[in-house]
Design a protein around this ligand. Sequence first.
Ligand SMILES: Cc1cc2nc3c(=O)[nH]c(=O)nc-3n(C[C@H](O)[C@H](O)[C@H](O)COP(=O)(O)O)c2cc1C
Ligand code: SF4
Ligand code: SF4
Length: 210
Amino acid sequence: AVKRSGADGVCAINTLKSMIGVDLETFIPYPNVGGYSTYGGYSGPAIKPVTLRCVAEIAKSVDIPIAAVGGISTWSDAVEFLLLGATNIQLCTAVMHHGFRIIEDLIDGLSVYLEEKGMDSVKELVGKALPYIADHSKLSRDYKVVSTVNRETCVKCDVCYIACMDGAHQAIDLDEMRIPVINEDKCKGCGMCETVCPVEECITLKPRES
Ligand SMILES: Cc1cc2nc3c(=O)[nH]c(=O)nc-3n(C[C@H](O)[C@H](O)[C@H](O)COP(=O)(O)O)c2cc1C
Ligand code: SF4
Ligand code: SF4
């Protein structure tokens, strides 16, 4: 619709309309402005996944410049947006937190990344990830993974056990040392245990043999 209306480009997504909470004593939602509140714009890192999806969908639909804004804080965030079709990047929350000097960090990080990739310009990154996005129905049902636990780095916190027991497929038992043991017959590879584990790379998902 934006292109049909004659726009030269599009900016996505600004902020998401939101409400940050309610005062349990007065019943007045935040922010309390003289006894009343209203909806506000939610921005920053939490909205990055929504912005990534919107930018990708726009880039797959039209061939006009896309300014990505919403949740971008680092040079690697910027690269992700460029790869999904953004042609320029905007930051607000990150600059408010860290000041304009964060732009130098972005330029440094991007420069090193481009050098490592043997590229001369960020333009070469634009849209490179788009061919790998398919409809949900096109994703292979034959690609299966199974959870594995590194017994050496596990701190026996039980968090994965609880997540799988109460939120997934009851595929984790605890051995006599309280270290999780994966029941591969029950594990569906949902990744819940990997997500909640506090130790980096202690739980990994490996492709199933067959
Ligand atoms: C405190 C604050 C004030 C903002 N004021 C405006 C505004 O007046 N007009 C506007 O279009 N966007 C405004 N924005 C939205 C930003 O321009 C930006 O689109 C949004 O915050 C998402 O980017 P970010 O995640 O990098 O912050 C504001 C954002 C913040 C955090
Ligand atoms: S991947 Fe899912 S089903 Fe498998 S052990 Fe982890 S939480 Fe349980
Ligand atoms: S969540 Fe990670 S550290 Fe905690 S018990 Fe499970 S594997 Fe071990």
